[in-house]
Design a binder for this molecule. Sequence first.
Ligand SMILES: [Zn+2]
Length: 218
Amino acid sequence: MMLPTHALAGMLLALPYALAVPEFAGVALVAGFLGGVVPDLDMYIGHRKTLHYPVYYSVLAVAAVPVTVLHPSAEPIAALFFLIGAAVHSVADIFGGGLELRPWEATSNRAVFDHRRSRWIAPRHWVRYDGAPEDLLLSVALAGPLLIALGGVPRLLAIGSLAVAAVYSVVRRALPAIADRLVGLLLDFDSAKRIVALVPARYLDGSGEQLSSNTVDE
Ligand SMILES: [Zn+2]
């Protein structure tokens, strides 16, 4: 699933608490948003492995519940909703596409790394690929309650996420061709070859392939 879908899911999971405890609404919603976003910061360094922990985030989120109940202050609340957002993100990626340049071709058997069992979990393809029409539909559905219930910064975050989701969905299937063309252009410059060599193999197609052998990606 695409990043905005995860961000909106993280916020929506914090919404009931935000409505029930307005004093900490902002903390919970922003923490949920960040929990949805942060796992994908591993995009270029072991994507869906370095910052994706489907088991451990979930365990920590459960463990954080009693702490938050006993100490309902900003820090534990932020930690709890961050962990919930990150856990749901990491688990939800299992139900999307695999790690490949064109995930709609469904050729990869890697969705998310399970650190506990030291193995990759296979993609389920309920959402065929990030940015698929059903992914956009999911973003719209998740954003609906947020836009109805929220104002201020959280509302802006939801609107911004939805806007990114819409644009990303429109351009998603063109991205591999654009990336390949960009790599082709960069290869005309010696200094740029070193940069291209750092790009994960799954972002390259054709012209960049032989340079990607020392990639840091999984
Ligand atoms: Zn992810």
